[in-house]
Design a protein around this ligand. Structure first.
Ligand SMILES: NC(=O)c1ccc[n+]([C@@H]2O[C@H](COP(=O)([O-])OP(=O)(O)OC[C@H]3O[C@@H](n4cnc5c(N)ncnc54)[C@H](O)[C@@H]3O)[C@@H](O)[C@H]2O)c1
Length: 284
């Protein structure tokens, strides 16, 4: 038995948490799947976290042009309010690292537009620190809070509303850094790998309940998150995606019927689900 002190108390592997297999509880299956398709967005309702800028704003514009009703959830209030005004959408201040903010954002979608069909859990930040002498506990917690908690909390908050709508779609923005290591930001790589693991697991798990869960995994894209890294990439001649490339893959992913997939977006390559190798199973 292992015991450890955590910031929230004492945690033990003594079975009180249910154990690793406790999730193996049969879920009630629902028959009708509420598939959100790019050519049928009229009347659909979407939540977009990190929707004030960059990839989130690009996807929000595309969804709104197809007739979807949107709730943009972000901490950049000025940009979010402005975009919401342009798109006839609703902006809510939402720090995705806070569970109650995620729940309030979903409640806004349901109260304002009557339902939720699509949750695009996209807010994300770089960590700005490493794990050696450059470790910074505050930055670490912040990056894990936004990039991992933000997706877990977003799924938890959105699920009841998606199920009430007869099913729906969750798309999380992970990254290519969720599939390969990225030495410049190991903490970012760790939380994006965690998002990939979550999506691969939930994709299977929620399928029988009519909820698809997919991940978007872009390579470097031209948004504010690159910061000074953009100049470095340019110096190296490393190709950088436009936001429109990522939006295009988002729409293809939406139209795919898959679940638990991680769609890569890489300059010069056709986007598709990354083919993970089959892991070896036990031999009897
Ligand atoms: N641009 C890239 O190179 C790249 C590559 C792979 C993955 N991604 C991922 O794409 C997603 C979107 O990032 P982007 O590239 O558009 O960058 P961006 O900085 O333009 O957009 C990120 C958005 O998230 C918001 N945000 C930050 N903290 C938040 C919080 N606590 N709660 C709610 N919103 C918050 C920001 O205000 C901003 O609007 C992120 O998850 C990022 O990790 C980006």
């Amino acid at each position: 038995m292992s015991t450890q002190e955590t910031s929230t108390g004492t945690a033990r592997n003594d079975g009180t948490g249910g154990g690793l297999l406790s999730g193996l509880v049969p879920q009630p299956a629902i028959q009708a799947s509420n598939m959100v398709r790019g050519d049928d967005l009229e009347g659909k309702v979407a939540l977009v976290t990190g929707g004030s800028n960059g990839i989130g704003a690009g996807v929000a514009r595309r969804l709104a042009s197809g007739g979807a009703r949107l709730v943009l959830a972000d901490v950049d209030d000025a940009a979010g309010e402005k975009l919401a005004g342009e798109l006839d959408a609703t902006y809510v201040h939402c720090d995705v690292s806070r569970l109650e903010d995620n729940e309030a954002a979903v409640a806004t979608a349901v109260e304002r537009y009557g339902r939720l069909d699509l949750a695009f859990l996209n807010a994300g930040i770089s960590s700005g620190c490493g794990v050696g002498e450059d470790f910074d506990l505050r930055r670490y917690r912040l990056a894990m809070g936004v990039n991992l908690d933000g997706v877990v909390f977003g799924v938890h908050a959105a699920l009841p509303a998606l199920l009430a709508a007869g099913g729906g779609t969750i798309v999380a923005t992970a990254s290519m850094a969720g599939i390969v290591g990225i030495p410049s930001d190991p903490i970012y790589a760790a939380n994006k790998h965690a998002v990939v693991g979550l999506v691969r697991t939930l994709g299977q798990d929620l399928q029988s309940r009519g909820v698809r869960v997919q991940a978007l995994c872009p390579s470097f894209a031209d948004t504010a998150i690159l910061g000074e890294g953009k100049a470095v990439l340019e110096q190296l001649g490393f190709p950088v995606l436009e936001v429109s490339d990522v939006v295009e893959t988002f729409m293809r992913l939406l139209d795919s019927e898959g679940t638990g997939e991680c769609w890569f977006v890489i300059p010069g390559r056709e986007s598709q689900p990354f083919a993970f190798r089959r892991a070896p199973g036990p031999r009897a």
